[in-house]
Design a binder for this molecule. Structure first.
Ligand code: NAD
Length: 359
């Protein structure tokens, strides 16, 4: 039965890289490798310009009707003076919330061809293949009470609440264990259980899920301060890293920057009813419209969609192999350009991936 995919190109380079993802999807469709129905909708600054809100009701409805959503990027300098409530980024947070996507996957993978793009030594980063699984819908970002108030003695106090319920921990832990099962079967859960009771609960619940349901996955625990250090010291020790919303916010950026190439990294945000796939980078206003953006993070987000929503790991692997082939052939967009390689624009890179899909 055919599945439905909603395309949200968004703003800036989002439009340009989405066009290349569509080329890949069209090719797979004509080869009979997928049976997908596409719709498109507005999100972000372009939505504000056309209908006065960054997240139109129709976009939410279509997203909830779809099996998966592919998102380019939102934002741009022309919308920076708008009220926060109608900024493009509010559209992004709004769609994630509406879809109740609670499990964020951020792979940090070093492509051997680009190992010298990292700020760390190639011998430290080469071979890195980490999947950071970040809880996305709870924790200190949503816990109550929160806010800034004034004490009777006149001092101000700021409060945020680290909040987790067992079911919130269980559902993301199950996802992370399931992903570890598809990889090297090693899961490191990151917390601060030595000082934060809520993350002691996190540790206990993750341990219980592992023992009861995933005895074949090797579970370890690490305090967040040590995890931040180990990611720099010896990143290859990690396979899947599971962590809370706030710790994951920080650690996933740290892990992805080990690779040195923001234009290469995809992400997925999974819920029980739908999933959102997007590159980790933004709308890159500095290069938008120039046809030089790297479309590979967007194309690799399509691969993640095949693996995690469509259940077609073979197609996901085919896309990932095609990306490897174009890198092996020496093609580079400006952001990953190296001496002696061939510089290409967004469309040429997308076409090269399509050509490599059939090889
Ligand atoms: P950014 O990721 O857009 O750009 C950072 C730098 O990386 C820029 O120099 C840019 O040219 C480069 N870059 C990013 N993606 C690239 C690609 N695919 N190919 C080549 N180079 C690439 O981050 P920023 O500049 O901090 O933010 C720009 C806008 O994007 C802001 O409005 C911000 O709010 C928004 N943003 C959106 C998302 C999202 O939609 N998920 C994420 C982050 C930022």
């Amino acid at each position: 039965m055919s599945k439905s995919v909603l395309l949200l190109p968004g703003d800036g380079i989002g439009q340009e890289i989405m066009a290349e993802a569509v080329k890949v999807l069209d090719w797979l469709g004509t080869q009979g490798m997928c049976d997908l129905k596409f719709r498109e909708a507005l999100l972000g600054g372009c939505a504000y310009d056309q209908v006065g809100t960054p997240l139109p009701e129709e976009t939410v409805t279509r997203a909830l009707e779809s099996d998966a959503v592919l998102l380019g990027a939102v934002g741009g300098v022309q919308w920076e003076s708008l009220d926060y409530a109608v900024r493009p980024e509010r559209g992004l947070l709004g769609i994630r919330k509406a879809m109740d996507v609670y499990c964020n996957l951020r792979p940090a993978q070093v492509f051997p061809q680009l190992a010298d793009a990292s700020t760390l030594k190639p011998e430290v980063v080469s071979g890195i293949d980490i999947m950071v699984v970040r809880e996305l819908s709870s924790d200190i970002y949503f816990g109550q009470p929160r806010g800034v108030s004034t004490l009777p003695d006149g001092r101000q106090v700021g409060i945020n609440t680290l909040y987790y319920t067992t079911d919130e921990i269980e559902r993301v832990a199950r996802r992370a264990f399931g992903i570890a099962r598809l990889r090297q079967k090693r899961l490191c859960s990151v917390d601060k259980a030595n000082v934060l009771e809520a993350t002691e609960l996190w540790r206990n619940v993750v341990t219980a899920i592992g023992q009861a349901e995933f005895p074949d996955v090797a579970l370890s625990h690490m305090y967040v301060d040590n995890a931040a250090m180990q990611l720099i010291r010896n990143p290859r020790q990690f396979d899947v890293m599971l962590t809370t919303n706030m710790f994951g916010d920080i650690l996933s950026d740290e892990a992805s920057m080990l690779t040195g190439s923001i234009g290469m990294l995809p992400s997925a945000s999974l819920g029980d009813r739908g999933a959102l796939y997007e590159p980790i980078h933004g709308s890159a206003p500095d290069i938008a419209g120039k046809g030089i953006a790297n479309p590979l993070a967007m194309i690799l987000s399509v691969a993640m969609m095949f693996r995690y929503t469509l259940g077609q790991s073979d197609v996901a692997a085919r896309i990932e192999r095609a990306v490897q082939r174009v890198l092996d052939a020496g093609l580079r967009t400006a952001d990953i350009m190296q001496p002696g390689k061939e510089k290409v624009g967004t469309a040429a890179m997308g076409s090269a991936v399509v050509a490599a899909l059939g090889e």
